[in-house]
Design a protein around this ligand. Structure first.
Ligand SMILES: [Mg+2]
Length: 240
């Protein structure tokens, strides 16, 4: 049994049973949600969410409206149990690695009484201004040096680089890393895992497709466990 293990969580469709960026507009402004769908291929995603937040603000969507949507986001009770029980057994550090943003994630975690779960939340920075506009930026400033990921990470952040930087910053090595993810941008960090590490891959989303298509080609080393509902992830966690 490992003495020190790290659980890395993607957030949208991994910890939460929805995509925060899309959900808040599905609840509050379906016309903006449709526009995001239309512009997705032309505008970088984080920039598109920032632009949509400004548009929603101009249409009268308030901070309370957005916070309400975040509080009612689909979130499986088994997910709360799974992470709470694993943390309670000690020896596990939790890291959140997400392309959502700091406000969405912290608001939801607070609602679920999980605000102390993560050692670090690595995501896009966001903050409410005094007038109630949520100001969102890319984690990697578009004006500064860019990451050089060739695996498929979005310009706002290379999740593989961020995972490596966390491990370097953390000092002590982890005996085992368990990565929970669903999206194609989770493929890059998963490639950095070792043979005794585990990816808990959701059965839908871009990650299972990339593992099937490119896993061997890109030298994927870790063990792959699949899950669909959070109750199944809970079963995996109970054996960690
Ligand atoms: Mg995701």
């Amino acid at each position: 049994m490992p003495e020190r293990q790290l659980v890395v969580f993607d957030f949208d469709w991994s910890m939460a049973d929805q995509d925060t960026d899309r959900w808040i507009f599905e609840v509050n402004a379906p016309a903006i949600r449709r526009k995001m769908e239309d512009l997705e291929k032309q505008v970088q995603w984080t920039d598109l969410v920032a632009q949509s937040l400004r548009e929603g603000y101009e249409k009268g969507i308030t901070r309370e409206d957005i916070e309400h949507a975040l509080r009612i986001i689909p979130y499986h009770p088994a997910m709360v149990r799974a992470v709470t029980n694993l943390k309670g057994r000690g020896k596990t550090t939790f890291l959140c690695l997400s392309n959502a943003n700091s406000v969405f994630i912290s608001t939801i975690l607070k609602e679920k009484s999980l605000d102390n779960l993560f050692e670090e939340i690595i995501t896009n920075p966001a903050e409410w201004d005094e007038s109630g506009l949520l100001k969102l930026k890319r984690r990697v400033d578009p004006e500064g040096p860019q990451h050089s990921c060739k695996i498929g990470c979005s310009p706002n952040m290379c999740k593989g680089d961020e995972l490596d930087a966390f491990l370097a910053r953390h000092g002590t090595a982890f005996d085992r890393i368990i990565y929970v993810g669903d999206g194609s941008n989770d493929f890059c960090p998963v490639l950095r895992l070792r043979s005794h590490d585990i990816v808990c891959c959701r059965t839908f989303g871009g990650l299972p497709k990339r593992i099937a298509r490119d896993g061997e080609k890109f030298g994927l080393k870790c063990e792959v466990k699949y899950w669909t509902g959070a109750w199944e992830l809970e079963e995996i966690f109970n054996k960690l």
